[in-house]
Design a protein around this ligand. Sequence first.
Ligand SMILES: C[S@@+](CC[C@H](N)C(=O)[O-])C[C@H]1O[C@@H](n2cnc3c(N)ncnc32)[C@H](O)[C@@H]1O
Length: 293
Amino acid sequence: MAKTGDGESLGTAEGAVLGRASHTLHAENPVLRDTWAIELLGNATRALARDPENDAKVRAASGIDFRLILAVGMGALRYAEDEVERCVDGGIDQYVVLGAGFDTFALRRDDLADRLRVFEVDFPDVQALKRRRIEAAGRAPAQIPTFVPVDFESTKVSDALPSAGFDPTRRSVWSWMNTIPYVSVEATEATLADVRTLMTPGSRLCLNYQGKVRLTPAQADYLGRIGMTTREGGEPWVSSWLPERFEEVVAERGFDLVEHATEADLNERYYAGRADGLFAGVPSRLVTLEAAG
Ligand SMILES: C[S@@+](CC[C@H](N)C(=O)[O-])C[C@H]1O[C@@H](n2cnc3c(N)ncnc32)[C@H](O)[C@@H]1O
């Protein structure tokens, strides 16, 4: 079950939003200007985000530079956001965020609120905490997403999304970012097949996954340490994929591959020439898919 950020350990949803809050507050030129991230934090975590030295303190205490993986996760959200913007320009008006956690797209994009309805899929306890934090924020979000509680391991998105107001006969855009490593191979395959039934041809899905790729010793050591922290926090990584196998899986489930990108593409698109040296330092695969006709 998901951690919700209550108690001693941050859940992955809150950990990710803490990184984005801190980046938005302190980076010179944020890759993702996440102006709502700070609102979704608890009091203690908000104080951490406001401290410009927090990253350095965490690095000193843990010996882990979380910025390398933060840049992968944040870059993935920016990658999805760019695709969503293209889809809205093309007339799509429904966006489903799978494993949304504390994603803030719906809350902060005033410019799209009247053109795009956002649905968020995650565990009910994560959604309940997020709802409480939105209510406590003291400012009005651009829109409150429609929360659709689903456990990918045991429930189907298609059982819940249409009754929440999603129209499967109209085109839609979807993202599933920074979540697949926490979902079993079986549930990932089943969810891809299931959501495809809700995607009329021309609909798009962006996602990222952990590739089974050759690692340098430094990368293997780094990923081993991060994997241990997520496991100790109760949210272990349970799946990784050979990129060729992932392409077969999506093709078998009725998707055309639009793009299969890597962390190098993220670095070229979003992190080139940054004064703070931030870069996506962990192998990652990002995919854009289109529901085939
Ligand atoms: C690392 S967080 C990423 C959240 C958000 N997409 C982001 O990038 O900030 C992973 C999210 O996946 C959700 N998640 C993990 N396993 C899940 C499952 N079996 N069913 C539904 N949600 C799940 C977690 O609750 C969490 O919100």
